[in-house]
Design a protein around this ligand. Structure first.
Ligand code: SF4
Length: 68
């Protein structure tokens, strides 16, 4: 599954990190980033935990890209 971060929509609430701390990290200002890269799209093995983390985002700053 491919996940996209739309950082303009992130309000630094921290919920995604609570769900999947091994995937979601933060810049010093609290805006989300992937743990080990600054790219805004990354591929991961299919995971219900990751799907839940994306769904928990209250602003739509995380998206699962379809068709990959
Ligand atoms: S859940 Fe959404 S708004 Fe909250 S920190 Fe994560 S990406 Fe940002």
């Amino acid at each position: 599954m491919k996940i996209k971060i739309i950082s303009d929509k992130c309000i630094a609430c921290g919920l995604c990190h609570l769900q999947a701390p091994e995937v979601f990290d933060y810049y010093d200002n609290g805006i989300v980033k992937f743990y080990d890269t600054e790219t805004s799209i990354q591929n991961f093995p299919d995971s219900s935990t990751l799907q839940a983390a994306v769904k928990t985002c209250p602003t739509g700053a995380l998206k699962i890209e379809k068709g990959q």
